[in-house]
Design a protein around this ligand. Structure first.
Ligand SMILES: CC(C)(COP(=O)(O)OP(=O)(O)OC[C@H]1O[C@@H](n2cnc3c(N)ncnc32)[C@H](O)[C@@H]1OP(=O)(O)O)[C@@H](O)C(=O)NCCC(=O)NCCS
Length: 179
C-alpha cells in the first residue's frame, strides 16, 4: 500500500505520515527518551535510546514483517509508530504497536493519524489482530484507543516496574477485517 500521506490538522497545519528513514532516528530516539523521563506515560528503562539502537530495532521490525511510520509537521519529527509482528507461526496474524507524539504537537490528531494509517498498513499486510499495551494510568491514551475502536482485553497488575514505580498495564486489541 501507499504509506506516504499528507493530512490537514485541526490547527490548519499539515502533517505528513511516511515510512521511517534512518535520518529520523536521532530525533525519534531523543523524543522517546524525553517522554520516558519527563512523563509517566511509557516505561522509563533508565537507559538512553541511541539512534543506532533504534535503527537496529526498526531493521528487526522490518525483517519480522512489521513497519515504522514517522509523522512530520513543519519539517520536524512530530511522532512515531512502530508495529511489530508476532514471530510465532501460529500468531502471524497478530501485531503489537506503540505510538508517541511530541508534547508540542499533541491534541491535533497526529496520534490518530499514525494509528489509522498504521491500521491500514497492517490490514494490507494481512494482519488481523492489532494489539497494544498501555499504562492503566494513561487515561488519555486509553480514551484515544477506545475512540479508534480498540477494546480492553484485561489488566495485567504490577506488570511493569520502572524508574517511576510499579504500573498496571491494560491489554487492548482490535480485529482488522480485510477490505
Ligand atoms: C497518546 C498520544 C500518542 C496521543 O497523541 P495525540 O497526537 O495527542 O492524539 P490525537 O490528537 O490524535 O488525539 C488525542 C486528542 O485529540 C482529540 N481529537 C483527535 N482528533 C480529533 C478530531 N478530528 N476532532 C476532535 N477531536 C479530536 C481526541 O479526542 C483527544 O482529545 P484530548 O486531547 O482532549 O485528550 C500522545 O499523547 C503521546 O505521545 N503520549 C505520550 C506517549 C504515550 O502515551 N504513548 C502511548 C503509550 S501506549
Amino acid at each position: 500500500m501507499e504509506v506516504t500521506r499528507s493530512t490537514g490538522l485541526r490547527d490548519g497545519s499539515t502533517c505528513l505520515v511516511r515510512l521511517t528513514i534512518p535520518s529520523d532516528f536521532p530525533a525519534i530516539a531523543a523524543l522517546r527518551d524525553h517522554i520516558a523521563s519527563a512523563e509517566s506515560t511509557i516505561a522509563d528503562t533508565g537507559e538512553p535510546t541511541t539512534p543506532s539502537l533504534l535503527g537496529f530495532t526498526i531493521a528487526a521490525l522490518g525483517q519480522g514483517g512489521g513497519v515504522a511510520l514517522t509523522a512530520v509537521r513543519n519539517d520536524k519529527i512530530a511522532g512515531n509508530l512502530l508495529i511489530e509482528r508476532d514471530p510465532s507461526p501460529v500468531k502471524r496474524h497478530v501485531a503489537q504497536f506503540g505510538v508517541i507524539v511530541a508534547p508540542s504537537c499533541r491534541s491535533l490528531g497526529i496520534g490518530s493519524l499514525l494509528i489509522v494509517q498504521g491500521e491500514e498498513w497492517a490490514r494490507s499486510a494481512g494482519i488481523r489482530l492489532l494489539t497494544l499495551e498501555v499504562f492503566e494510568s494513561n487515561t488519555r491514551a486509553c480514551m484515544l484507543y477506545e475512540r479508534l475502536g480498540f477494546h480492553s482485553d484485561g489488566v495485567r497488575r504490577n506488570y511493569i516496574i520502572d524508574a517511576k514505580g510499579t504500573h498496571n498495564v491494560v491489554l487492548m486489541s482490535k480485529e482488522l477485517h480485510p477490505d
